[in-house]
Design a binder for this molecule. Structure first.
Ligand SMILES: Cc1cc2nc3c(=O)[nH]c(=O)nc-3n(C[C@H](O)[C@H](O)[C@H](O)COP(=O)(O)OP(=O)(O)OC[C@H]3O[C@@H](n4cnc5c(N)ncnc54)[C@H](O)[C@@H]3O)c2cc1C
Ligand code: FES
Length: 292
């Protein structure tokens, strides 16, 4: 993990409300794995003070400016504008200074061997699946990606996934792109066709919860990337803890999403607690009250 005081290479809107940002980050790629994230400081001294977490979409190198000079290494994130921090990010330009901490957290376990792998991404949850797809394909796996969104605006990078060799399937709630309906219906069908598949998923909690129910019913191994709100990203504030499987008041089990996760094997999580959004977790009020 490294704190980069660095510069933006590009920041472009790719779909209404969705942006791709490339940031200079020497040596980032050799340390980063699929499913890890960065904490991005949008502006120093002025609100919002906190860093914001974003999944790593990809790392790579830009061509060198002149012969003999090293090529520029970048990390790319894709973000959706939802509030104050991401609105400021959307106004940034090439050359603007930013701060980036990463790579952070534990990513997907891609060492589970070759075979059928089904990736299920909802909206911005598609982000960590791009690097994952690349790693799985390099390991000789067959990768099928189920992309879900409310509308066509929530679907991005289809061609890039396909160029990796991924079979893509798009579904939208309103039918504006691909099949009309929930991505989880497609998952049901695919698991009937590929019963030995392993599933990897990232997206909004209702979708993740439905994916978990389906995989449990099919006895399918599942890894999920959670997008719990985070304040520090490094295990210091306890603002991101989730309850582990088997948690009780007598035998509490709390998992720090930024340190142990954000990717978890589904059997290690308490899904009934995750579904309750009125859950009060230790430390969250004390440490994160007043965060902006
Ligand atoms: C590990 C991790 C990876 C993430 N990866 C991405 C990514 O690749 N691309 C991306 O666009 N976003 C990602 N997010 C979510 C992103 O961090 C938030 O959207 C961002 O912090 C919002 O900042 P803001 O200041 O614009 O919004 P705020 O003003 O802080 O909040 C605006 C609204 O968004 C809601 N919100 C804030 N954070 C989250 C969250 N984590 N989940 C659901 N709702 C939230 C708030 O409750 C509020 O309603 C990730 C989050 C985590 C924890
Ligand atoms: S975000 Fe602070 S401990 Fe995880």
């Amino acid at each position: 993990m490294k704190n980069y005081h660095t510069k933006i290479i590009s920041n472009q809107e790719i779909s209404p409300g969705y942006f791709r940002m490339k940031v200079l980050a020497p040596d980032f790629g050799e340390k980063a794995h699929a499913g890890q994230f960065v904490m991005f400081r949008v502006q120093r001294s002025l609100p919002p003070l906190l860093r914001r977490p974003f999944g790593v979409f990809q790392t790579g190198f830009l061509p060198a400016d002149c012969d003999g000079l090293p090529s520029k290494e970048f990390v790319e994130i894709v973000y959706k504008v939802v509030g104050s921090g991401t609105s400021i990010m959307a106004e940034l330009h090439e050359g603007d200074k930013v701060e980036l901490l990463g790579p952070l957290g534990n990513g997907f376990d891609t060492t589970t061997g070759p075979g059928e792998k089904i990736l299920v991404g909802g909206g911005i949850g598609l982000v960590p699946l791009y690097m994952l797809a690349g790693e799985l394909i390099a390991n000789g796996c067959n990768v099928r990606l189920l992309m879900g969104g409310r509308t066509r605006d929530d679907i991005f990078a289809v061609t890039e996934f396909e160029r990796l060799g991924v079979e893509t399937h798009i579904s939208t709630d309103d039918g504006s792109l691909g099949e009309e309906g929930l991505v989880t219906l497609v998952l049901e069908r695919k698991l009937q066709k590929y019963p030995a598949a392993e599933v990897f998923s990232c997206g909004p909690m209702p979708m993740l919860s439905a994916v978990n129910d389906i995989c449990t019913a099919h006895q399918t191994p599942l890894q999920v990337s959670l997008e719990e709100s985070m304040a520090c990203g490094v295990g210091a504030c306890l603002g991101c803890v989730v309850k582990g499987a088997g948690h009780t008041e007598e035998n509490p089990s709390y998992l720090c999403s930024c340190k142990v996760g954000p990717v978890f094997k589904s059997q290690y999580l308490d899904w009934s607690a995750l579904k309750r959004n009125d859950d009060t977790l230790p430390g969250s009020e004390e440490n994160c009250g007043g965060c902006s």
